[in-house]
Design a protein around this ligand. Sequence first.
Ligand code: ZN
Length: 241
Amino acid sequence: MSRTLDHLLDRNVAWADAKTRHDPEFFRRMEAQQTPHYLWIGCSDSRVTANDVLGLDPGEVFVHRNIANIVHTSDLNILSVLAFAVEHLRVQHVIVCGHYNCGGIVRALSDERGAMLDHWLQPVTVLYRKHRAVFDAMAPHVRLDRLCELNIEMQVRRLAATPIIENAWARGQELHLHGWIYAIGDGLIRDLGPHLSSIGERDNLRALDECVLAPSTPVIRAHRPAASCCGGQCGGGHDAG
Ligand code: ZN
C-alpha cells in the first residue's frame, strides 16, 4: 500500500485543469467570495454528495454532513454552520436530505448498543422504540424506508425549533426549510417535506407521532422507467444499493 496519495493529487490537477479549460476565471471568481443560496444538511454517506446529486459547482451550496443527517440542538458544529449560513451568507433555503438504506438508520433499528454511534442516533432510536409495535408490523424493507423518511421529517422539525431559524423568521428574513430523501439506487431526490417558511407554519405542523401512522408521500419530480419489481412506485428504497 502506498504511503502517499499521488493518485488523488493527480486527479485534483486534472479536475482544476478541466474547470479552467472553458472558464479561465473560474477559480478567481471562487476566490473573491462565496454566495450560496442553499444550506445542505445531509448524511456522511460517501454516495450522497450534495454538489454531485444537485449538479452544482463549488460555491453554490454550503454543506454540513453527519451520520444520518441528525440535527442535535447541542451540536456546536451544526449550530455554527447553521448560524453562519443563515446570518452571514443569508442562504434562502435549508435542505435536510437523508437517503434510503441509510446505515445509521439500519443501526437504530438493530438491537446493537453501546457504541458512540448509538449516542449520536438516540433521537431516531427513541422514535423507533416509542412506535415499535407499528414499525415491527411492517415488512423489513418498508420499516427501514419509513424510518429513513421519518428521521428527515423529525430533523426538519428540530431545525425549525432552533433559535437561529426562529430569529431569522421573526426578523422577516426569507428562509425556507425542506425535507428531501435521496435514493442511491436511481440517483433521484424525492421531496418529502415538511416545507416550512415561518413560525406559524412550524407551529401548525402535525405532530411527528401522527406521521408514523399516516406517512407523507415522497414526491419525485420526474419519473423514469425503473426496472424494479414495482415500477418505481415504492419510493426506490428497497432496491437501493
Ligand atoms: Zn446515511
